[in-house]
Design a protein around this ligand. Structure first.
Ligand code: 16G
Length: 250
């Protein structure tokens, strides 16, 4: 693994198109790439700070800075005295507005969706409250199971104003990619999260036993001008995901 990482680091150092003058950012990108290419698997240990600094001719401060950024992103985890590992559970920082697709790709996993519903209809009273829409307005509804390769990780129900995304069939794997085409990807979101026990149908869809722990999450995503662009209710598997938040004193 150390060789793959050293090769990738050198490649990035030579690459004039993506030239990144700061060594710690270059190393961070190299580590991200080897995780994405699966040269290092979840659960595997990263070479020690000392080995990396020797192999790459970098100071230990630089190596530490590169690694700490990836720990914050949730790609790496550190255990005192045991070293740094590629995260096994999916660690999702709550402070970053990312999509399911991006979270998985960053880990070298192939995300896909299986749709139960992709439709257009009149907004319901509950949806109109969540999206700030007047009665009678059209919305797009998506109901899907989200997979990493063949493993189901989450169930999601999404409602988007049809004024933003007129055709639900424009969403293939990623909603945010479809919204991006209209320059309507959310820039801010409010999220509410609570623990639930998954019911029989949800558990079956997620390949876990009924009554397993899940995370019920509601997200309202906003555009720059304050319009609500998505209202998504998700059920994530509790045995795979860690939601992590950074807290600061005032
Ligand atoms: C995440 C979001 C969900 C969003 C989706 C877009 C959480 C809890 N939920 O699953 O609100 O709609 O990503 O992902 O993070 P996509 O672009 O891959 O469809």
């Amino acid at each position: 693994m150390q060789n793959a990482l050293a090769d990738e680091y050198r490649r990035l150092s030579r690459d004039t198109t993506t030239h990144q003058p700061l060594a710690y950012l270059r190393l961070r990108r190299a580590i991200r790439n080897v995780i994405q290419h699966r040269d290092i698997e979840p659960g595997q240990t990263l070479p020690s700070e000392r080995d990396l600094s020797q192999a790459l001719g970098l100071s230990r401060v630089t190596v530490r800075k590169a690694i700490s950024g990836l720990v914050e992103e949730g790609l790496l985890t550190q255990r005192h005295g045991a070293g740094t590992f590629v995260a096994e559970r999916i660690i999702k920082p709550m402070s970053r507005l990312t999509s399911f697709t991006e979270d998985l790709r960053a880990r070298g996993l192939h995300p896909r969706s299986e749709f139960f519903e992709r439709s257009v209809g009149e907004v319901t009273p509950e949806e109109s409250m969540a999206l700030n829409l007047s009665p009678g307005v059209l919305v797009v509804r998506l109901h899907r199971v989200r997979y990493a390769e063949d493993e189901p990780l989450a169930i999601e129900r999404t409602v988007v104003p049809a004024s933003v995304l007129p055709d639900p069939h424009e969403v293939h794997d990623s909603l945010y990619e479809a919204l991006e085409k209209y320059n309507c990807r959310p820039v801010r979101a409010l999220q509410r999260l609570r623990a639930v026990l998954l019911g029989a149908r949800q558990a079956r869809l997620l390949h876990v036993t009924a009554g397993s722990a899940g995370l019920h999450i509601e997200r309202r995503g906003f555009l720059e001008d304050g319009r609500v662009v998505e209202f998504t209710t998700s059920w994530y598997r509790g045995d795979i995901y860690d939601f992590v938040a950074e807290l600061q004193t005032d």
